[in-house]
Design a protein around this ligand. Structure first.
Ligand SMILES: C=CC1=C(C)c2cc3[nH]c(cc4nc(cc5[nH]c(cc1n2)c(C)c5CCC(=O)O)C(CCC(=O)O)=C4C)c(C)c3C=C
Ligand SMILES: [Fe+2]
Length: 425
């Protein structure tokens, strides 16, 4: 990348006196900590860099939609939910403005600021992704209902009516420690350290403006066949993601995922609603369950992923099929049948997680960080209500966390993350 104005600034061409003048703080180190690197960038009115087309394993930042929704699902996620401590709308706007160039850099596989030989200040980038490429990093920003309830921000009239807490579902055992939040950052990458580094540096740059509410790392592993990624298996060993939205089909995406003009608040056009559920999977119970029972739970064969009684993963479920006994081949209480009978579609983009041990039970704290994108939260709600108390999978899972975020449309060059919302005010 060519040396930009911004890099020169980062790179030492500013004296300590100038730094104090611009930031109004007592020490350079404190200034960086308090206002964040992005804040300083903003003082200088500098624009964000471009997508670096020559970067290796890179996903573009700029476009009609945010990254991390339609892109192929990489192997890792680091998902963070934040609360804001900003006291004004302007400060909130500046936060998103500041995050914009940093996000471009991170997705280019670059550090957020160049290395410096100045031993008296902290390094601009935390450094742990040095030597790693962009790893198909995507960064997706969303805002939760609680952001619109802060009187000091005056955003209440901009909250789309559908951006509200999800209803309570039967069997929910939600914990505040894994739920909700004002802002989410979903970082997905083919390297766990690249995903973590991205979130860490964005939060660091927002020091004093946000606090961390909850976060979750997750993973997917892809078996390869003839150089092609196969459907990953969840921690119950079943292929998960077989029936999903075709992200390459504009029609499917526009019908199911991307908010169209007039379908929500105007600032959400081109955006999408993200639902996440931290779902514990009771591995110990599952592992004591007979294979036939497991297969009846999903209505699919474990090894092939094919619908029960069929042989190929992509075979149609065939909900009308009956056994000679008259019983339905895909059981009435199976997860697959209930999802299909809801008549709704969503884009599932989930990751497994494994986060140590649950002290009270001595069991694995492991499961699925369920993530779905849809143009309206009612799509998710309808499917979850179809599962209700009936879904056989309920015996083996517990929903422990829940959140809904409105993910902004994409960013055009010269613009910034969330501009549509701030412009609409
Ligand atoms: C409300 C949405 C859904 C939640 C929550 C959910 C949790 C969940 N799912 C699995 C495993 C599988 N799900 C499968 C299919 C499937 N699941 C949903 C929705 C939710 N799942 C849908 C819409 C579908 C597709 C149904 C269809 O039209 O055929 C499958 C089958 C294979 C596949 O198609 O992916 C599995 C396996 C777990 C373990 C889980 C919670 C921990
Ligand atoms: Fe499912």
């Amino acid at each position: 990348m060519t040396e930009s104005k911004e890099e020169k600034f980062y790179d030492k061409k500013i004296s300590r006196r100038q730094m104090l003048k611009y930031t109004g703080a007592g020490a350079a180190g404190i200034a960086i900590g308090a206002s964040g690197l992005g804040g300083i960038l903003n003082v200088f009115g500098m624009t964000a860099p471009d997508d670096d087309e020559s970067a290796v394993n890179k996903v573009n930042f700029y476009g009609a939609h945010q990254s991390g929704i339609a892109n192929e699902v990489p192997t890792h996620v680091y998902f963070a939910s934040l609360n804001v401590t900003v006291k004004s709308l302007k400060e909130l706007q500046n936060l998103f403005k500041a995050w914009t160039p940093l996000t471009v850099r991170l997705m280019n596989g670059e550090p957020i600021g160049e290395a410096s030989s100045n031993g008296f200040v902290p390094a601009k980038d935390t450094g742990e992704s040095k030597g790693l490429d962009a790893s198909n990093l995507t960064i997706t920003f969303g805002v939760g209902p609680s952001l619109f309830e802060k009187p000091e921000l005056g955003l209440a009239h901009k909250r789309p009516s559908e951006l509200k807490q999800l209803p309570h579902f039967p069997k929910d055992q939600l914990e505040t420690a894994y739920s909700d939040g004002d802002i989410c950052i979903q970082a997905c990458a083919d390297d766990p350290q690249v995903a973590f580094h991205a979130v860490r540096n964005l939060i660091r740059a927002a020091s004093g403006k946000v606090t961390m509410k909850w976060s979750q790392a997750g993973f997917n592993s892809y078996p390869m066949k003839k150089n092609k990624k196969q459907t990953p298996r969840n921690l119950f060993a079943f292929k998960d993601g077989t029936v999903n939205i075709n992200t390459k089909s504009k029609t499917d995406m526009n019908e199911t995922v991307w908010v169209q003009p007039g379908e929500s608040a105007s600032w959400m056009t081109g955006g999408s609603y993200l639902v996440t559920r931290r779902i514990q999977m009771h591995l110990e119970t599952w592992d004591r369950t007979a294979l036939g029972e497991q297969e009846a739970t999903f209505g699919r064969h474990r090894d092939s992923g094919a619908p029960l009684g069929l042989h190929h993963e992509m075979d149609d479920l065939g909900l009308d099929r009956k056994e000679s006994s008259g019983e339905m081949t895909i059981p009435a209480d199976s997860h697959g049948r209930l999802a299909r009978e809801s008549g709704e579609r969503i884009l599932r983009r989930s990751f497994s997680y494994s986060s140590g041990v649950i002290d009270s039970t001595g069991t694995f704290d492991a499961g699925l960080l369920f993530i779905s994108f849809q143009k309206h939260p009612k799509q998710f709600i309808k499917i979850q209500n179809s599962f209700g108390r009936v879904d056989k999978l309920n015996e083996y899972i517990t929903h422990r966390g829940s959140a809904l975020f409105a993910c902004f449309p994409g960013v055009q060059k010269g613009s910034y993350i969330g501009e549509a919302l701030f412009k609409s005010l």
